[in-house]
Structure formats: C-alpha cells, structure tokens
Design a protein around this ligand. Structure first.
Ligand code: FAD
Length: 391
C-alpha cells in the first residue's frame, strides 16, 4: 500500500486550468498535489490556438456581452506574467505573436460600426497596411482591410512546460480515482489506492469532470461538449498568420494561427466557423477539401501544392448552458470540500484561479505546513498536436 498523503488543495486535471491554479496556490504558500491521468495539457489545452483573447471576437455582432467585459483584462494579466512581473512568472514561454489580426477580405462586413465602438475593442484596434501586414498577407494581390488587435498568441506547449516546472514536486500521475470519506464527508481522494487527504479538492479535468462527478455520486453541475473539426496544414511556403478572417456573421469565417514545427516549417491551424457545425458534419477528406477551397479563395497567392493536411476532432468542455451557447466566464461551483469548474477559455485560466482563491478565502482555508512528499510518479507533458498529426 502506498504511503498516505495530505495536502491543502488536491487538484485533479493538469490542463491549463489545473496547472495555472496549482502554480498560483503554491506561490501563495499552499501545499498542493495535482493528479493527471494522461499527459499534462493533452486534453484541450495543447489543441487550442493559444490566442489570449481580450474579447474582441465576441463583440463581432456589435453587442457588448458579459464575455467581452470579463475577458477584456486577460491580455494584460498574461503580458505581466510573461514579463515576469505578474501573478505567475511565465518568463521563457514562447510568444508566437504580439498581436492577433482581424482581416476583412473585401469591404468591411457586418455590423462593424458598433463593433469598433464596443468596449472590448475601443482603443485596441488599429488598421495596418503595407509592411505592417502579417507576412502571409504581404502580397500585391492582397485586397481587404486588416486591423491589429492587442491580443497575443502563445506557444501553448511551452506554456504547459513552464507551468509543469512551476509545479515542482506536486505532480502525480494517477488513474484510478475514488472518493475518500470520513463520517460520510469527503475528506480527499484515493488515487490508485493511495489515500490523499486535503482541505479542498478541485476538479479541473476538462471533459473528464463529468465522469469524475459521476464517480463521486454528484449530478451537478452538468457539462456540455461542443465539438470542433479543426484543420492543420504544413508546408515549406507558409508564412506566419494570426488572424480572424471576417465573414458576414457573428463568428469569424476562419481563424488562422501559425505554429512552429520541430523541422523548422510552419503549421497553419484553422478554426473559426469552418470548424463548427458544418465542419463537424464533414468527414476528414471533405473537411480538408473545404479548407483548401477556403484558403484558395482567400489567399490565392499562397502555394499549397506541397502542403500536407490533417484534421483534428476535439470537444470544448464547459458547464451546460441552454442552447449549447458558449459560457461567458470561467465557471466554478462548490459543494462542501469539493470545487469543480471549467475555465471555458485558455485565456480565462487566471479568472478560474481567482474563483478558487475567493472560495478558499471565503472558507478561511489557510496554507498549512507543507508535507515532505515521497518521490511520486510524474505525468509527462503532452506533445504538440502538429507533431502528432504532421510529423
Ligand atoms: P484540458 O486542457 O482538457 O485539461 C484537462 C486535463 O484533465 C487533461 O490533461 C486530462 O487528461 C485530465 N483529466 C481528465 N480526466 C481526468 C481524471 N479522471 N483524472 C485525472 N486527470 C484527468 N481558448 C483560448 O483562450 N484561446 C484559444 O485560442 C483557444 N482555442 C481553442 C481551440 C480549440 C480547437 C479548442 C478545443 C479549444 C480552444 N480554446 C481556446 C479553449 C481552451 O483550449 C480550453 O478552454 C482550455 O484549454 C480548457 O482547459 P482545461 O484545463 O479545463 O481542460
């Protein structure tokens, strides 16, 4: 039988939400253990596009929504952390782009007057031309307008690695998770037979939260999954592009981010409307064809003749909303010692941590003397999806 452990906060799930929370708690002096049953970041986090949204995308339909308000401060918090003077020290995390761009292929589409007037974009959007354009759009044939948003794009694998370093000895690879009760009250968890007692247990297991809640006999909160069918394209002629291409609707027609492959080539990762319902309904071949057509229409000067293509199906896991809409903020619910939530966006991980910290403060949970931990089996960091799919 493995040695029993105790900790202030036991976290289940090592995606961005759990890892960010773990690092923040440790910095505040709490002892923590984080249990991961696969690889760190390997759920949604390393499959994300790494855009640290300030909410501009959500203001596309003109209305200033709750999401636009809540998310507006996130780029600043992330920038401070990346510069080493924020709530976490994220120095060394690779920043792929200082800005994300809004790109309108023709005349300005949709209700952009109110968009530019909305709080989420006010003072943050500048039109760029000529040499200021993203490299992939610098071509004589390029027509259209491009606006620079103050939203950075991160290399998520390097972010996950940094947070794994900040986790120190608190990471535990574990598979079988069962509740540990004292007098019918949750006292912690049993992980692969090892008792771990904690003042609080946080479930931040993304799509895994639903099964974990079920194993604890808890039915609320319920989870929704919203599927995406993303496209990856890798080729020697690709140049960096970080942009939402506007169509007429509330969602970007296509959102392109660009990621460095180990062999020195760039990989374009395509999301936005192309990856939503119609894209989810297409099989892999049809989805690749749709993406080829879209890029051919939008960027006819880009030579894709020797490009390699792949698609990736992945679900966004979130608290259930009526009508499968996207929730506005990070979400946290608590029942006694158990807290459970979803950040709903990578960019909103700081907000997720704020909510956990507020719950600890409300309940008077203080850091205790950190226990000496035995050597624990450590989970690996996930490989980038582009290396998995287009090696
Ligand atoms: P995850 O990253 O899924 O992590 C959960 C972890 O829990 C996983 O490592 C998993 O293995 C582990 N786990 C599951 N079950 C168990 C268990 N029983 N025991 C132990 N561990 C368990 N957001 C942005 O802000 N910007 C973007 O550009 C962006 N792009 C996206 C693109 C795509 C294609 C997708 C799908 C999402 C995107 N998002 C983006 C959203 C963002 O990726 C997610 O909101 C965020 O990564 C969720 O983090 P998480 O830690 O909750 O979940």
């Amino acid at each position: 039988m493995s040695q029993a452990l105790s900790t202030d906060v036991l976290i289940v799930g090592g995606g961005i939400a759990g890892l960010w929370l773990n690092a923040r708690l440790r910095q505040l002096g709490y002892s923590t253990l984080l249990v991961e049953n696969a690889s760190l970041g390997g759920g949604q986090s390393v499959k994300s596009q790494g855009i640290i949204h300030g909410g501009a995308k959500y203001a596309l339909h003109g209305a200033l929504t709750g999401a636009s308000e809540a998310i507006a401060d996130m780029p600043r918090r992330w920038r401070d952390a990346l510069a080493g003077n924020g709530e976490l020290d994220l120095t060394g995390v690779r920043q792929l782009s200082e800005a994300h761009y809004l790109w309108s292929p023709g005349s300005l589409a949709g209700n952009l007057t109110s968009f530019f007037a909305s709080k989420a974009v006010r003072g943050r959007v500048d039109q760029v031309k000529g040499e200021q354009l993203p490299p992939a759009l610098q071509h004589p044939k390029f027509k259209g307008k491009v606006y620079r948003l103050a939203e950075l794009v991160l290399d998520v694998p390097s972010l996950i690695s940094r947070l794994a370093t900040l986790a120190g000895d608190s990471l535990l690879a574990g598979h079988e998770i069962a509740p540990l009760h004292d007098n019918n009250q949750l006292a912690g968890l049993r992980v692969d037979g090892r008792e771990i007692r904690a003042q609080r247990v946080v479930l931040s297991a993304g799509a895994g939260n639903a099964a974990l809640l079920a194993s604890l006999g808890i039915s609320q909160p319920t989870q929704q999954l919203r599927p995406l069918h993303m496209v990856l394209v890798k080729g020697p002629s690709l140049k960096p592009l970080y942009a939402h291409c506007l169509g007429g609707g509330p969602k970007p027609r296509v959102t392109v981010t660009t990621h460095p492959a180990a062999d020195g080539q760039w990989v374009w990762y395509l999301g936005g409307d192309i990856a939503e319902a119609a894209g989810v309904a297409r099989d892999e071949a049809a989805q690749i064809k749709a993406a080829q057509q879209e890029l051919g229409d939008l960027l006819p000067w880009v030579d894709l003749s020797s490009a390699r293509w792949a698609t990736l199906r992945v679900d966004r896991a979130e608290p259930a909303q009526s009508g499968l809409v996207r929730p506005d903020n990070a979400f946290l619910a608590d029942q006694g010692k158990l807290l459970v939530g979803w950040p709903t966006k990578l960019a909103l991980s700081p907000d997720f941590s704020d909510r956990v910290l507020a719950a600890l403060e409300r309940d008077g949970i203080q850091p205790s003397q950190p226990p000496t931990l035995p050597e624990l089996p450590r989970p690996a960091v996930a490989r980038p999806v582009w290396e998995e799919l287009l090696p």
